[in-house]
Design a binder for this molecule. Structure first.
Ligand code: COA
Length: 330
């Protein structure tokens, strides 16, 4: 709707570490093989952050610095910065504050959102509110995870899936009908049983025992997560389409969370949506948790056209999931 103010993504930029962990590297680490990983997940390699002293905030800072340069924005102009992550530099303080310090965003405040693989989606919906209410003019939303810091490289059920990476978007007001139109966010805390990190929180603080039991790593019941992910993403995409009276033909792109190629294919099949309009980069980066959606938008930025109807969808630990409909703004 023209004239109505919408929060719009006016730039996107990503950053991934240079070091690659290939399926062939993993063959030497656990009992697995390239054929199994490729056919069951679609992943061929992931990026791993190895720079000494670097953590999630550094990946965020690199992504945001690139974003500011690209959008001709000065750090001091940022009002607010939100980071979707489950691998913050420390339990506290939050990573968003550290990022603001590292990029010199002196006038910004911010916070982290912990919604696992839906972190970016939740953070984007949150940032949207501050623009739409005209509280702030420039909000940066980052999705970033250094999954290698919580992955057990002796557990073949998880270590083949995850990787590290970060990407950021700039949100600004637009009155030309483009921008974020609608979203559906969902959560079901009973899903925590199937995807979690057992220790390191207040329930089981770190101890010699939790370390010895290898409880400081991501743990999942892969099959259970798989089924719920397909159901959750398909259902919320359908709901967003229904609410906005859209058919498959009206949607130019679906940007799904990159958890497993078979999950992506299955969602597309359920929706009867052609795969050539679904963004995919899982083969290069694996599952970067909060990083997948903005990294996909960064990758496909050149193919998106102003006014394109795009639906973002994600599913993650919590369980958390949802779908967000936007009209591309540039
Ligand atoms: N290499 C070789 N074999 C492996 C393996 C690996 N990396 N990982 C598991 N296997 C084995 C299993 O041990 C099992 O062997 P068994 O039959 O002798 O017990 C067999 O392969 C089948 O395991 P299963 O768990 O049924 O495989 P799957 O097809 O469900 O694939 C996942 C496993 C984890 C790839 C898949 O379930 C998945 O992607 N789930 C979603 C996870 C996810 O997205 N999490 C992130 C949050 S959104």
């Amino acid at each position: 709707m023209a004239n109505k103010l919408h929060a719009a993504i006016t730039g996107v930029h990503g950053w991934v570490p240079e070091d690659r962990l290939t399926n062939f590297d993993l063959e030497k680490m656990v009992d697995t093989n390239d054929e199994w990983i490729t056919s069951r997940t679609g992943i061929r390699e992931r990026r791993i952050l190895k720079t000494p002293g670097w953590a999630t905030s550094d990946m965020c800072a690199e992504a945001v610095k690139g974003l500011l340069e690209k959008t001709n924005t000065k750090p001091g102009e940022i009002d607010m910065l939100i980071v979707g992550t489950i691998t913050g530099d420390m339990v506290f303080p939050d990573t968003a504050n550290t990022v603001c310090d590292k990029i010199g965003a002196k006038n910004a405040f911010g916070y982290d959102i912990n919604a696992a693989c839906s972190g970016f989606l939740y953070a984007l919906a949150t940032g949207t509110q501050f623009i739409q209410s005209e509280t702030y003019s420039k909000v940066v939303v980052v999705g970033a995870d250094m999954m290698s810091s919580i992955i057990d490289y002796t557990d073949r059920n998880t270590c083949v899936i995850f990787g590290d990476g970060a990407a950021a978007v700039l949100l600004e007001a637009r009155k030309d009908g483009t921008g974020i139109q609608d979203f559906v966010l969902r959560g079901d805390g009973s899903g925590r049983e199937f995807l979690h990190m057992k220790a390191g929180g207040s329930l089981r603080p770190a101890s010699a025992e939790t370390v010895a039991n290898r409880e400081h790593y991501a743990w999942q019941d892969g099959k259970r997560v798989f089924v719920q992910a397909v159901k959750g993403m398909t259902g919320t995409v359908e709901e967003v389409m229904r609410r906005n009276k859209m058919t498959i033909e009206d949607v130019n792109w679906i940007v799904p969370h990159q958890a497993n190629m078979r999950i992506i294919t299955s969602v597309a099949e359920h929706l009867q949506f052609p795969l050539d309009r679904v963004t995919v980069n899982i083969h290069k980066y694996g599952n970067t948790t909060s990083g997948t959606l903005p990294l996909c938008m960064w990758e496909y930025e050149d193919q998106f056209k102003k006014g394109d109807n795009i639906i973002l969808t994600a599913f993650g630990g919590g369980f958390t999931w949802g779908a967000l409909f936007l009209k591309w703004a540039y």
